[in-house]
Design a protein around this ligand. Structure first.
Ligand code: PBG
Length: 327
């Protein structure tokens, strides 16, 4: 009797057979690229802790959006960095606030060749750096914040955004945003809920990218990394409140959560490969310790395999290029 009679290696013999039996594929259209635009810049400015990522000027953002479309990415997620901040984050709501201007710029440049999305949160716009309004005692005031999110959503929709991404982890945020959009005649604007967002140290470099002033942490509203069942509860609430898509964030340290969310709901599931995940790989690769492109694509494949059909990643445009070449 020949032994072994079952040989899984037959299906790994060469690239052609491996490609034929691959269970997971990442397509450029699965990827969404986050982009930062800073008010008052005339030239793009590098983000030190995120090599390859910049704060765009309005002009360079337009060009980058066109390049992203040419690369075939599925979407662009916009973040604004204002010149001035105040206690209520008014720059996030003003029609001529930097994020709303950027939405108009990008939509006029790319139309619906890709999905234009916007972060719906106050932390980039508040002087204290929290995602919401504060009570006189300094607590994050859930319900006052909801009213601000409702206004912000309508302002973003009026600027032409296709998808808003409420990311502040306030209770009831999806429902209040959905109702405000509908009441203002924006029934067609979709909600990508950051349903599961952990109080993560992996957001570190993002603070650099948006020059956040946060002193303290977000543990009274973002979730405890120890919890999984709580995530399923958050997702169920967001779907019930009208979320069209739900997101888990960060991605790689939370693949069990991605898989559980995928199994629990029928709406599209996204995962956000956040700034710290990106920075770790870039730093290791810069030292010659890992193969940058292989690690990049391995992480994206893993996130996809866990069940995310949409991946937000700072590598989106480059990865789309590699994937098209059949890397
Ligand atoms: C909130 C927001 C954050 C990120 C995306 N949206 C920061 C936070 O909640 O602390 C982090 C993204 C990243 O780290 O890449 N506006």
């Amino acid at each position: 009797m020949p032994y072994p009679d079952i040989r899984p290696r037959r299906l790994r013999r060469n690239a052609a057979v491996r490609r034929l039996v691959a269970e997971t594929r990442v397509m450029p259209s699965d990827l969404v690229v986050p982009m930062f635009v800073k008010e008052g810049l005339t030239e793009p400015r590098p983000v030190a802790s995120m090599p390859g990522v910049v704060q765009h000027s309005r002009e360079s953002l337009r060009k980058a959006a066109v390049e992203a479309v040419q690369a075939g990415v599925g979407g662009i997620m916009l973040f604004g960095v204002p010149e001035r901040r105040d206690a209520t984050g008014s720059g996030g709501i003003a029609p001529d606030g930097i994020l709303n201007l950027a939405i108009r710029d990008v939509v006029s440049e790319v139309g619906d060749a890709t999905v234009v999305m916007s972060d719906l949160c106050l932390d980039e716009f508040t002087s204290h750096g929290h995602c919401g309004l504060l009570t006189p005692g300094g607590e994050v005031d859930n319900d006052a914040t909801l009213a601000a999110y409702a206004e912000m959503a309508v302002a973003q929709a009026a600027a032409g955004v296709g998808v808003v991404g409420p990311s502040g982890m306030m209770d009831g945020q999806v429902g209040v945003v959905r109702r405000a959009l509908d009441a203002a005649g924006h029934q067609d604007v979709a909600v990508l809920a950051y349903a599961v967002k952990y109080a993560s140290a992996f957001f570190g470099p993002f603070r650099d990218a948006v020059e956040s002033a946060l002193d303290g942490d977000r543990r009274t509203y973002q979730q405890d990394p120890a919890n999984l069942r709580e995530s399923l509860r958050e997702v169920a609430l967001d779907v019930a409140e009208g979320a069209d898509m739900v997101m888990v964030k960060p991605a790689l340290p939370y693949l069990d959560v991605v898989a559980a969310v995928r199994a629990a709901v029928d709406v599209p599931v996204a995962a956000y490969q956040v700034s710290g995940e990106y920075a770790m790989v870039e730093a290791a690769a810069a030292n010659g310790w890992v193969d940058r492109e292989r690690v990049m694509l391995e992480t994206l494949t893993s996130i996809r395999r866990a069940g995310a059909q949409i991946i937000l990643t700072y590598w989106a445009v480059e990865a789309a290029g590699l994937l098209r070449e059949g890397y």
